[in-house]
Write a protein that binds this ligand. Structure first.
Ligand code: PMP
Length: 429
C-alpha cells in the first residue's frame, strides 16, 4: 500500500507545525513510521490522501459513534451554518441540548457547555475546589483528563506514549495538591481519605479507563469512591469524556449504577465538532458564574454549529437497541481477534465495555491494573499496528489508547478486520 502523499505532507507539515501534528499521539511516536494524512471519511471508512481505504477503529478518538459523515449530523450542521456561525449570545439550540443531556444523564441537573474535554475537566476541578473550599484532588495513574496543568501527573494517553508522565512547564506548586493513586485500588483510596479526607475537594476518575488502553473498573473500586467521597464531603467527578453516551446511553454511571456529583463530557457530545461539557447536582452547578462565584467562561461555548452536530448525534443514539448493537459489534471484534491470536499461538487478551475495547499483547488473561498494561509487549503491538495498517485497518497508533467501534461497522467490516489480524498475528512469529 503506497502512502507517498502522506509522506510528502508529513515532511511539509513538520516545517511549520511542531512534530507535524496538532495533537501528539497523531505523530505515530508510539508506533513509529509516518502518520497517515486523511482526505475524507464515510461510515466505518477513512480514505487517505493516496486514496487508500481503511476500516477505522479510532473514530476521531471517540466522537464518530454513528460512523463518519452521518447524514443526520451533516444536514443539521449545514442548516446551522446557513443561519450563522457564532453569535456569542444565547440560542435555542443550547437550551435544547441542555434539556436533552440532563434527561440522558440523570445525575446532571444542570450543564455548562465548553469547547473540549480538557476545558470540561479543568472547569470541573475549579468548581469542585471553589464549591468545597478545599484544594486537594485525587486522580489515578494512567487516567488522562486532558492537558490540564493540575491533572498532568502520571497521566495516560499521549503523555504515556511520549514517556513524559508529567510535563515541563507545569510548576510543582500547581500539582502539589494532586494526589495520584493506583487505578482499581480501593484500599489506597480509603487509606488516603482516612488520613486527609477533610482536605480533599474531589476525586476525578475515568469510570472505564480509556487512556491506558482500555481498563474496566472493578465494581468495588467505584463503590468505594462513592462511599468515601460521601463520607468525607468530597465531590466525585466522573470523567465521561470517553465513556459518555458510549458504554450505555447514560454513560458509565448508568452501566455501573453509581451517581457522581459532577460529570465531564466531550467527544460524542459534539458529534465531531469541538464540544465538552460539565454538569451535575444543581447546588454545585449554581456555584458557577454568573449565579455563583466560581468563574468559568468561553467566547465560543455553546456554539450553534457545534450544538447542532451534538444534538443530532445524541438524538440518533436514542434509537432503541443502539447500545446493544454497538456492544455486539465490539464483542464480535474482540472475540474474533482473541480466537485468531489463539490459533496463531500469540499471547493476547482483550478488554471490552460497550463500544470501547482494548488489545493487549500479554500472556496474562486479565488486565485490570496500570502496571499490568505497562508490562505488555509494546514491540509486538507496534508490529501488529503496522501489519494491520498495511491491510487497511486503522487502529489507534498507541498501545495506551482504547479502540472504538461505530454503529456503521458492519459484520463484514469486523470479519475483514479479524481476517487481517489473523495474517498480522502470523507475521509476528
Ligand atoms: N478526559 C478523557 C477521559 C479523555 O479521554 C480526553 C481526551 N482523550 C480528555 C479528557 C481531553 O479531551 P480533549 O482532548 O477534548 O481536550
Amino acid at each position: 500500500m503506497s502512502r507517498t502523499q502522506s509522506e510528502q505532507l508529513f515532511r511539509r507539515a513538520q516545517k511549520h507545525i511542531p512534530g507535524g501534528v496538532n495533537s501528539p499521539v497523531r505523530a505515530f511516536n508510539g508506533v513509529g513510521g509516518t502518520p497517515v494524512f486523511f482526505e475524507r471519511a464515510e461510515g466505518a471508512y477513512l480514505f487517505d490522501e493516496d486514496d487508500n481505504r481503511y476500516i477505522d477503529y479510532v473514530g476521531s478518538w471517540g466522537p464518530m459513534v454513528l460512523g463518519h459523515n452521518a447524514p443526520a449530523v451533516r444536514e443539521a450542521v449545514q442548516q446551522a451554518v446557513a443561519r450563522g456561525l457564532s453569535f456569542g449570545a444565547p440560542t435555542e439550540v443550547e437550551v435544547e441540548m441542555a434539556d436533552l443531556v440532563c434527561e440522558m444523564v440523570p445525575s446532571m441537573d444542570m450543564v455548562r457547555m465548553v469547547n473540549s474535554g480538557t476545558e470540561a475537566t479543568m472547569s470541573a476541578i475549579r468548581l469542585a475546589r471553589g464549591h468545597t473550599g478545599r484544594d486537594k484532588i485525587i486522580k489515578f495513574e494512567g487516567c488522562y483528563h486532558g492537558h490540564v496543568d493540575s491533572l498532568l501527573v502520571q497521566a495516560g494517553s499521549g503523555a504515556l506514549t511520549l514517556g513524559t508522565p508529567s510535563s515541563p512547564g507545569v510548576p510543582a506548586a500547581v500539582t502539589a495538591d494532586t494526589l495520584v493513586l493506583p487505578y482499581n485500588d480501593a484500599a489506597a483510596v480509603a487509606e488516603v481519605f482516612a488520613q486527609q479526607g477533610s482536605d480533599i475537594a474531589a476525586v476525578i476518575v475515568e469510570p472505564v479507563a480509556g487512556n491506558m488502553n482500555c481498563v474496566p473498573p472493578t465494581q468495588g473500586f467505584l463503590d468505594t469512591l462513592r462511599a468515601q467521597c460521601s463520607e468525607h464531603g468530597a465531590l466525585l467527578i466522573f470523567d465521561e469524556v470517553m465513556t459518555g453516551f458510549r458504554v450505555a446511553l447514560g454513560g458509565a454511571q448508568a452501566l455501573y449504577g453509581i451517581t457522581p456529583d459532577l460529570t465531564t463530557l466531550g467527544k460524542i457530545i459534539g458529534g465531531g465538532m469541538p464540544v465538552g461539557a460539565l454538569g451535575g447536582r444543581r447546588e454545585i452547578m449554581e456555584s458557577l458564574a454568573p449565579l455563583g462565584p466560581v468563574y468559568q467562561a468561553g467566547t465560543l461555548s455553546g456554539n450553534p454549529v457545534a450544538m447542532a452536530a451534538g444534538l443530532a448525534t445524541l438524538q440518533a443514539l436514542r434509537e432503541p437497541g443502539f447500545h446493544d448493537a454497538l456492544e455486539a459489534k465490539a464483542r464480535r471484534l474482540t472475540e474474533g481477534l482473541s480466537m485468531a491470536a489463539r490459533e496463531c499461538g500469540i499471547g493476547f487478551t482483550t478488554n471490552q465495555v460497550g463500544g470501547m475495547f482494548g488489545l493487549f499483547f500479554t500472556e496474562q488473561t486479565r488486565i485490570s491494573r496500570f502496571s499490568e498494561v505497562m508490562a505488555c509487549d509494546k514491540e509486538r503491538f507496534q508490529r501488529f499496528f503496522h501489519a494491520m495498517l498495511d491491510r487497511g485497518i486503522y487502529l489507534a497508533p498507541s498501545a495506551f489508547e482504547a479502540g472504538f467501534v461505530s454503529i456503521a461497522h458492519s459484520d463484514e467490516d469486523i470479519d475483514a478486520t479479524i481476517k487481517a489480524a489473523r495474517e498480522a498475528f502470523a507475521a509476528l512469529l
